[in-house]
Design a protein around this ligand. Structure first.
Ligand code: TXA
Ligand code: MG
Length: 329
């Protein structure tokens, strides 16, 4: 893997040729920053766990917030998620446009579990921007993309904003000028035929209400009664079993999440063993994290022991996630 930290991003005018090249990057598992009508996104192939891990690495996100999958059509979205009638109406009315819908994932959804932070739902949107749509079409895969800023900074509305934040972390920035909306998409999740507003954004609530004739409920508070956007609450996948970090020994009845080749005592006692990355690669470990947490979890174990994981790079986010999973509930 080339060491990109020494190199600077290329900014390319978003010509057809540049978009084709960007699509090749995406398919190869590289990151590409691209314009949408809301803000610039930092994109990766949603189906490649390690490419998704590279997004969190580049943004310096302290934890794994779930990402929005960008599609070029309703048909592409339908291969990922199941639409209830109201959500379908919203998509038909407002796509392409600054509306993100959170929907239950199909069982055969190819999106990496890291992109959804292990949730059963996926946020999807079809952006109203020629460059974004052509890029997704040319890549032939859904593209997950958070706003292309480093964690804690404001969202970028021009290629030079992206460059300022990520010039050493993304090889290619497609320049499509200033973004039109300048505000992230509005996020809506329908539950029991009620539309909940998870994040106010580029599409006004009133516009949605006028189109469907139903009140949109601002979602805050208890995730048991109304859906919420993660980031505010720990609504990522939470294992049933107790999680124990920095384990050097497996106790009888525990499942083990190993990392690298570190020797763990009592390994024969483990009920199940998964290695997040046999070679000790943090990007690979991030890509495997939620999937392996789910597979390790179960009623038949007393807990999940996790081998020591480094504290640098993506290790910080992996450990953050596991620490939350370990917290008493
Ligand atoms: O306009 C936008 O939405 C931009 C452009 C690039 O498309 N993207 C963007 O992504 O703002 P990001 O990652 O900065 O924000 C995504 C938001 C987060 O608040 C996240 O918690 C929420 O979407 N989200 C993602 N998946 C979710 C899910 N399954 N359930 C609830 N909220 C979800
Ligand atoms: Mg953001």
């Amino acid at each position: 893997m080339p060491n990109r930290s020494q190199e600077f991003a290329r900014i390319e005018q978003a010509t057809e040729e540049a978009i084709r090249l960007a699509a090749v990057h995406i398919r190869q598992g590289d990151l590409v920053a691209f314009p949408t009508e809301t803000v610039y996104g930092l994109g990766a192939d949603a189906t490649q766990g390690q490419a998704v891990a590279a997004i969190y690495e580049a943004k310096g996100r302290p934890s794994f917030n779930p990402l929005i999958a960008h599609v070029d059509s309703l048909a592409m979205a339908e291969a990922l998620v199941d639409f209830d009638p109201l959500s379908r109406r919203l998509a038909e009315t407002f796509w392409p446009g600054p509306l993100t819908l959170v929907l239950p994932m199909r069982p055969d959804c190819p999106v990496s579990s890291l992109a959804t932070a292990g949730l059963d739902t996926l946020a999807v949107r079809m952006p109203a921007h020629r460059v974004a749509l052509e890029l997704i079409r040319a890549a032939g895969v859904p593209i997950v993309a958070p706003s292309a800023n480093t964690s804690g900074h404001v969202s970028p509305t021009s290629a030079s904003h992206v460059y300022g934040d990520l010039s050493r972390r993304v090889p290619l920035i497609l320049d499509g000028g200033r973004t039109e909306v300048g505000l992230e998409s509005t996020i809506v999740q329908v539950r029991d035929d009620i539309p909940y507003l998870l994040r106010p954004g580029g599409l006004a609530r009133e516009e949605i209400e006028a189109a469907i004739g139903i009140a949109v409920v601002r979602s805050e508070g208890d995730p048991a009664t109304a859906p919420v956007a993660p980031g505010m609450l720990a609504s990522h996948y939470a294992p049933h079993a107790r999680v124990r970090l920095d384990a050097r020994r497996v106790e009888p009845g525990e499942a083990l999440l190993a990392f690298g080749g570190a020797s763990i005592h009592g390994i024969v006692e483990a009920t199940r063993i998964f290695n997040l990355s046999p070679s000790g690669n943090l990007r690979e470990a991030a890509a495997n994290l939620f999937d392996m947490l789910r597979r390790a979890d179960g009623d038949d174990i007393t807990g999940i022991a996790v081998a020591p994981i480094p504290t640098h790079g993506l290790g910080e986010a992996i450990r953050d996630r596991l620490t939350r999973a370990a917290a008493p509930r």
